[in-house]
Every structure is written in structure tokens, then in C-alpha cells.
Design a protein around this ligand. Structure first.
Ligand SMILES: C[S@@+](CC[C@H](N)C(=O)[O-])C[C@H]1O[C@@H](n2cnc3c(N)ncnc32)[C@H](O)[C@@H]1O
Length: 323
């Protein structure tokens, strides 16, 4: 599959106005600057400062509310109806992002907590080791949520709990990557986190946008998963370094290495029933009843397996027809 990227060394608000049409983006994943004066957070994560790319552009805290409102209004404009947006934010200026979102038509779907392995060390209070991920959707249109993209309905973890349920809880425990000895952006997002958002909320060939590219991690993962990507980075240093790195990314390369859901027996789960399918179920049920003396429960289980549906889904169709 051929995928492309259009990444600009520009301010995201002006850049979006110049390059992005209304209703053109399937998914936005972005991690805006934090608006924290003298942010030393990255030192705790990256350890060796010489490997951190210089030129990270901050936004003064007093401008943060207005800045958030301006870029989020652009995000709302360019998203397709039904398109999703994930915004990663720390706690300090979260209120400004929430306020900006409330001034749009974007609809909250989940407020996700991303828990990572190392917080900022302190002895005098609890260690802060999470970020917020605000998952919103533009109303109208068809939305993408690939429920079984990582775990099928019948996979269980070692404690017997559904892996699919666990993966879709709104607290995500995903470690940061250390990448010792490699050049990186301040506060780079882990690949695992990005893959999760991209796989659930887009399909191959979709267009993903990142308003704040930083280390281009969203762009790299998107291309690795056969998605098209566009985005902006204001820092010349970060852009000049990372745009060259993009050439090394193999389109679809990540698809070869990611965990794929196991063969799922519930292959039609969640899909809308047609009248024809319902009639087929009724006919099957009647034939089974006539031809063998199995219990109703066993017959329903057999039909559920054939139709790739759950037990109760078949039971409901029978009930609907008074059986
Ligand atoms: C938190 S970082 C993004 C990190 C990125 N998600 C990653 O995984 O590497 C925010 C980035 O936004 C850039 N930035 C700040 N203001 C910007 C603006 N107005 N337009 C575009 N980029 C901007 C900063 O230089 C920084 O690289």
C-alpha cells in the first residue's frame, strides 16, 4: 500500500489554515507543549541531556488558554464528521484544554489516564506518574472504533479476565521508552501508546494529523501502520533532524511485528442484523429442532458458532419471533 506524509516546519494554527481543508482528517493525535516554565521533566526520563534535541518551543502559561482555544478550533474544523481526536496533556494546564474543548462541538468519548513507569521523584508528596488523554469525536458521519483490533472477544489473560475488556479500560499502563544513546525529543510518546490509539480509531489508508510533531513519533508510527500523515512542528532544529529520519521509516513495517488478535469465533459480534440473517437463524433453529433431540441451549450454542455471534444475540432473535 502506498502512503504519504506532508509534514511542515510551521506554526500549527497558521499551517492548518494554509494546508488543511475543512472535514479532511480522519484522526488527530497530539501532545501540545505543556506551558510549564523551566520544565525539567525530561531530565528524569531521558537521563543523558546530550541526547535531547534542543529547540523545543514552549507556550507562556499566561497565553495557554487562548493558544489552546485557537488550535483546538482548527482541529475541530479539519476533522471529518465522525473523526476522532486524542489530546495528551499533563495536569497543570488541563483546565485550559478542557475549557477550549467545551467551546467546540467535539463530543467527549473518554477521559483516559495514561500511567507510565517513572514519575518525577519526590519525598514530600505522592509521585505524579500519569498523564491525561482526552478522547473526543466530531459529531455526524461514520466513526471508527475497531473493538477487536488488538484482542479478539474470546482471549483471556492469566487471571481469566477478557483481554479485550482489559485493553479497553480507560486506565492505560504503558511504559515510556528509554532509548539510551539515541537522539530524542523532550517527552517523546511511546510507540505502544500511539499504536493503540491509531489501531482503535483509524484504518489503513486513513489520514492522521499531529499538530505538534516533536520527535515525529505519531508520524513514524502512522506510516509504520500504513496510514497517511500530516502535521506541524515549529522548531527548526527538531524539524530538520526528524524530517530526515522519516526516510528510514518503512511503510507498513509495524504491521509485521505487532500482536494480532487471535482467530475470533465471534466474527460477526456487534454487526447489525439484517432481516435475511434473522430468517436464516429461525430456519436453522427449526431444522435443528426437527432433526435432533438436543436441548434448546445446545442448539443456540451451535447456531451462535455458525453465525459468529454470541449466545444471547441468537436467543434475542428467537425471542423476537416468539420462539
Ligand atoms: C510535547 S511536544 C510533542 C512531543 C511528540 N508528541 C513526541 O512524541 O515527540 C510539543 C512540540 O510542539 C512544538 N510546538 C510548540 N508550539 C508549536 C506550534 N505553535 N506549532 C507547532 N509546533 C509547536 C514544540 O517545539 C514541541 O516539539
Amino acid at each position: 500500500m502506498k502512503v504519504h506524509y506532508k509534514l511542515y516546519n510551521e506554526d500549527c494554527i497558521q499551517g492548518a489554515r494554509k494546508h488543511l481543508k475543512d472535514n479532511s482528517i480522519d484522526l488527530i493525535i497530539t501532545d501540545p507543549p505543556y506551558g510549564i516554565k523551566g520544565d525539567k521533566l525530561h531530565k528524569h526520563y531521558n537521563r543523558a541531556e546530550e541526547y535531547v534535541l534542543q529547540g523545543y518551543i514552549e507556550v507562556p502559561q499566561e497565553e495557554y488558554a487562548q493558544f489552546s482555544y485557537r488550535w483546538i478550533k482548527e482541529a475541530e474544523r479539519v476533522l471529518k464528521p465522525g473523526g476522532s481526536i486524542y489530546i495528551v496533556s499533563g495536569y497543570t494546564n488541563l483546565i485550559d484544554i478542557l475549557n477550549a474543548l467545551r467551546q467546540t462541538r467535539l463530543k467527549e468519548i473518554n477521559h483516559i489516564i495514561w500511567k507510565y513507569n517513572f514519575g518525577v521523584y519526590t519525598k514530600t508528596k505522592f509521585v505524579s506518574s500519569h498523564y491525561h488523554i482526552l478522547y473526543y469525536r466530531k459529531p455526524g458521519g461514520h466513526y471508527t472504533f475497531n473493538t477487536f483490533c488488538r484482542y479478539s472477544a474470546d482471549e483471556r489473560d492469566e487471571t481469566g479476565i477478557s483481554s479485550n475488556y482489559r485493553d479497553r479500560e480507560d486506565v492505560w499502563i504503558i511504559n515510556r521508552e528509554y532509548k539510551p544513546g539515541q537522539i530524542k525529543n523532550k517527552n517523546e510518546l511511546p510507540k505502544e501508546l500511539l499504536m493503540k490509539m491509531i489501531l482503535y480509531s483509524s484504518n489503513a489508508g486513513d489520514l492522521i494529523c499531529d499538530f505538534f510533531l516533536g520527535g515525529f513519533s505519531t508520524a513514524k508510527v502512522a506510516i509504520g501502520l500504513n496510514r497517511n500523515v500530516c502535521g506541524f512542528e515549529k522548531s527548526k532544529d527538531a524539524y530538520t533532524y526528524q524530517i530526515k529520519e522519516m526516510k528510514k521509516i518503512k511503510p507498513g513495517g509495524l504491521l509485521e511485528i505487532i500482536k494480532k488478535p487471535k482467530q475470533c469465533f465471534l466474527f460477526n459480534q456487534g454487526k447489525i442484523w439484517s432481516e435475511t440473517q434473522k430468517n436464516e437463524v429461525i430456519e436453522k433453529y427449526r431444522n435443528y429442532r426437527k432433526s435432533n433431540n438436543k436441548s434448546k441451549k445446545t442448539i443456540i450454542k451451535n447456531i451462535a458458532r455458525e453465525f459468529g455471534r454470541g449466545y444471547f444475540s441468537i436467543l434475542n432473535v428467537l425471542k423476537e419471533r416468539g420462539l
